[in-house]
Design a protein around this ligand. Sequence first.
Ligand SMILES: [Zn+2]
Length: 163
Amino acid sequence: MSQIVTDTELRHQVVQALEGRGAEFDVDAIVAALIENFGRVDVDSTPPVAFWAIARSQRKLPAVRCFEFCVYGDGHAREHLEEDQWCTTPLRKIHASCYPPPQQRGDDREVFEISGQAWHHGRAPVIEMAMSGRPGYRMTADEARRMAHALLSTADELEGRGA
Ligand SMILES: [Zn+2]
């Protein structure tokens, strides 16, 4: 049977339910989510599956050491999932005048978006070229340089600039 409890009592119950792992979680956020979802009732009235789903969504991750290039540089400790702890460079945008083709586009224009990214969960930095927010091509720095050279050479050929 549910029992109405104070915020302080509920907070204490949450700390106990976390079995000594309270420091890994945002306890206040768990309390707020429990109240929002179930009302101000004792933790025993909350289904364990629901309690742990809420708890996991409020897990605090240890700060990571950001890559030098990261525009955030804050260690991403507020993320709840390790795969969300990723660093990024500023986004560079290039208007794509050929996409969609002129006869189809109306006022819509696509944009090439280039950024460097790295996940802290075991992935090396890559450069991504996306289009209008849709994931696109990922390449290493060396591949990006080779692509840049190929683009420059092709642009020069197109405009008749001799090598
Ligand atoms: Zn970062």
